[in-house]
Design a binder for this molecule. Structure first.
Ligand code: ADP
Ligand code: MG
Length: 256
């Protein structure tokens, strides 16, 4: 069979197999193979490698979109010197994502503006970059959505979304007190993830002792904390708001 016919057939087969990226890079791969006198196996390796990395990138892009992350905060842009109560070594260890593979939770506690959400988002981004699915919600969003879902009899759909992700990030626990039905939904979501060995990153401006103030039922608060803290790293961030401090250092009053 002539080379031209084989080439056509390869194109057709790549298309049928939906190896779109391999198809798109076929000519480049073949040319480079010839120029650099690659073996057939090396050419195949290059072609399939391109398909795999392009698929991975596409998946990361999709996962990023679906994650609902509110802002692109990174560990690289976190100023550790400005926040000495954040143990850099612990954050670097978390960035290896071992906690995720072991189904452990991460809790960032501290007052407003000290970088809790920043670090939570940065770790979530790391997970997404490595192909994991993350899902971010503030507690307020979770409550709003669960109320809408309850009315439409679709709570199970929301529960699946929250439990399916490899990593769930629950931001801003503690700003609003929960009603009984909301607290129950949150408890179920946390329990399901706990039983499935799936990680949660949670941020809160309340210390654990103050969780009774958020939850209508202290027994539920205790049971929820039990599950959250069973396998968990807690990072207590102290100090004042990063932005306020920077404003002051710039000579402006804190309320400017
Ligand atoms: P929190 O969630 O604790 O209320 P955020 O994480 O939202 O605070 O931080 C408030 C703002 O300050 C964000 O824009 C965040 O990126 C920034 N920020 C806070 N701490 C730091 C830090 N140490 N280095 C760089 N930016 C920071
Ligand atoms: Mg926050």
């Amino acid at each position: 069979m002539s080379a031209a016919i084989s080439y056509e057939r390869v194109r057709e087969r790549l298309e049928r197999l939906k190896l779109d990226f391999a198809l798109a890079s076929l000519d480049v791969v073949l040319e480079q193979g010839q120029k650099r006198e690659k073996t057939t196996v090396e050419v195949l390796d290059d072609l399939l490698g391109r398909e795999i990395s392009a698929r991975f990138e596409r998946r990361v892009g999709t996962n990023l979109k679906l994650s609902g992350l509110p802002a692109p905060k990174t560990l690289e842009s976190f100023d550790f010197e400005a926040q000495p109560s954040v143990p850099k070594g612990v954050i670097e260890e978390l960035a290896t994502l071992r906690f995720l593979h072991q189904g452990e939770n991460v809790l960032f506690l501290g007052p407003c503006g000290v970088g809790k959400s920043h670090l939570a988002i940065a770790l979530a981004l790391k997970a997404i970059e490595r192909g994991h699915r993350a899902y971010f919600l503030s507690l307020h969003e979770l409550v709003t959505r669960s109320r809408v879902a309850r009315e439409k009899n679709r709570l199970d759909v929301l529960m699946r979304t929250v439990t399916r992700a490899d990593l769930f990030i629950l931001d801003e626990v503690g700003y609003l007190p929960l009603e009984s039905a909301d607290a129950t939904f949150l408890f179920e979501a946390v329990s399901k993830r706990y039983e499935a060995g799936k990680s949660i990153i949670l941020t809160s401006n309340k210390s654990y002792g103050q969780w009774d103030e958020i939850f209508p039922d202290p027994v539920l608060a205790t049971a929820l904390l039990d599950r959250l803290l069973h396998h968990a790293t807690t990072i207590n961030i102290r100090g004042e708001s990063y932005r306020l401090r920077h404003r002051r250092q710039g000579g402006l009053p804190p309320t400017a």
